[in-house]
Design a protein around this ligand. Structure first.
Ligand code: FMN
Length: 254
């Protein structure tokens, strides 16, 4: 009863930041994990703003079958460092984002990659180049798994900036799309303490392999980059506060 009343108060007060909400939970001796996880996470998911329907672009539904076996995709997968000057379709981008973090169960709770405590501390930003995804303006887009939609948060081609911040690995900027995968550690350390950081890093590994194998199955290719200046990448993509870049994956045609 007390928990449900508190939940209702928090739900109505979307101006509380996650930090304030967590602090309040701490004072009351509870973790939000026990409070209807999905809804609470939804309410506190945005530090910046909650986007309106008009600002959000719904993505096409993902395909649930393909022509390439998992075994073939694993056998063929390689880190690619040079991409053809050929755009992706929105459907391909949609498929890759879904494979990384898309919702995969009927209740809308579980995602494509496993997550410690199903707390999902990971976010995906798609850095899209000029004429790089058909019918999509260049910019940086944040993926919203519950709505399978994207929201534009930067309106210029930021690929070169990301490549420069990645110790000038300029090959990255040849990819039509660069995925920056970030962790917001306090979403998981609230339950697991410092060990939650380890869980977030393991989760990113699962997501990375999903992206690699999905690209392979679509006839596309991906690279992976861990060498970069975290703050410079975060600034370049206008990442939300506390979203720390963990790995970067350029994707496109090889
Ligand atoms: C965590 C991690 C960080 C990496 N960082 C970079 C990087 O900064 N630049 C790069 O060109 N490759 C990077 N790689 C790719 C590796 O060099 C590549 O996976 C390795 O050579 C094996 O080749 P394969 O992926 O084609 O099997 C990274 C791979 C991982 C898993």
């Amino acid at each position: 009863m007390v928990l449900s009343t508190l939940f209702q108060i928090l739900k109505k007060n979307s101006r509380l930041t996650r930090r304030q909400a967590c602090r309040l939970g701490g004072v009351l001796g509870i973790s939000f994990y026990s409070l209807g996880r999905f809804r609470v996470r939804d309410v506190f998911a945005r530090n910046r703003k909650i986007s309106s329907e008009e600002e959000r672009m719904n993505l096409p539904a993902p395909m649930l079958d393909g022509d390439v076996s998992v075994e073939e995709a694993i056998k063929q997968r390689r880190t690619v460092r040079s991409f053809a000057n050929k755009p992706l379709t929105v459907s391909q981008l949609s498929q890759i984002l879904w494979t990384a973090q898309g919702i995969t169960d009927d209740r809308g709770l579980k995602r494509a990659a496993p997550s410690g405590g199903a707390l999902y501390p990971i976010d995906i930003y798609a850095v899209v180049g000029k004429n790089a995804v058909q019918e999509l303006a260049p910019g940086v887009y944040h993926y919203d798994p519950p709505h399978h939609s994207i929201e534009q948060i930067v309106a210029t081609d930021a690929r070169e900036g990301v490549a420069v911040a990645s110790l000038r690995q300029m090959w990255m900027a040849t990819a039509p799309v660069i995925l920056v995968i970030t962790a917001e550690y306090n979403r998981i350390t609230i339950k697991y303490g410092d060990r939650g950081r380890r869980y977030a890093m393991i989760e990113v590994g699962h997501i990375g392999q999903n992206i690699f194998l999905q690209c392979q199955a679509l006839g596309l290719a991906a690279g992976i980059v861990g060498a970069f200046h975290d703050n410079d990448v975060a600034r370049t993509i206008n990442a939300q506060k506390n979203h720390e870049p963990l790995i970067i994956m350029p994707v496109g045609w090889s």
